[in-house]
Design a protein around this ligand. Structure first.
Ligand code: NI
Length: 167
């Protein structure tokens, strides 16, 4: 396995539209394993392939505290949406920034697992929020897009300054 490099906002590659995965073979399985390793090492609770510059519809999530509930969604699709809730979100591509975002409270999602087998899952709470956040990444969308232009521009400046300091 290998640690992958996570792109940081405002890198334009985070705006890539991910393509559907046509088959789950050795390359996809290796990518999923590397994505889990990268997410756990960060540490984070969700990672989309677009964030590691692979524009394919693959996300990994684990919202447990002890890395005991790894979930992989390939070609995820939300097939039911209910309610509304606001939760503070962060993102491995927007380090150090946490802001409240309003999303659906509960969802049903359909996807392929890491072996290419279809499954459906009902999610609410943090898992529901995390799935919606990661699916947004596959469409080139970031949680900061839900914030005001003023807040977003402040975040962009902060991260650009951080990047200059670390180069
Ligand atoms: Ni994110």
């Amino acid at each position: 396995m290998a640690l992958l490099n996570i792109l940081h906002y405002p890198d334009p590659r985070l705006r890539q539209q991910a393509e559907a995965v046509s088959g789950v073979g050795a390359a996809e399985k290796k990518l999923v394993a590397d994505m889990f390793e990268t997410m756990y090492a960060a540490p984070g609770i969700g990672l989309a392939a677009v964030q590691v510059n692979v524009p394919q519809r693959i996300i990994v999530i684990d919202v447990s505290e002890d890395q005991s509930q790894p979930l992989c969604f390939i070609n995820p699709e939300i097939i039911r949406r209910d309610g509304e809730e606001q939760m503070e979100e962060g993102c491995l591509s927007v380090p150090g920034v946490y802001e409240p975002v309003t999303r659906y409270e509960s969802i049903r999602v359909k996807a392929l697992d890491r072996d290419g087998r279809p499954f459906e899952l009902d999610a609410d709470g943090i898992l529901s929020v995390c799935i919606q956040h990661e699916i947004d990444h596959l469409d080139g969308k970031l949680f900061v897009d839900y914030l005001s232009e003023m807040k977003r521009s402040r975040i962009r400046k902060k991260l650009e300054k951080l990047k200059r300091q670390t180069l």
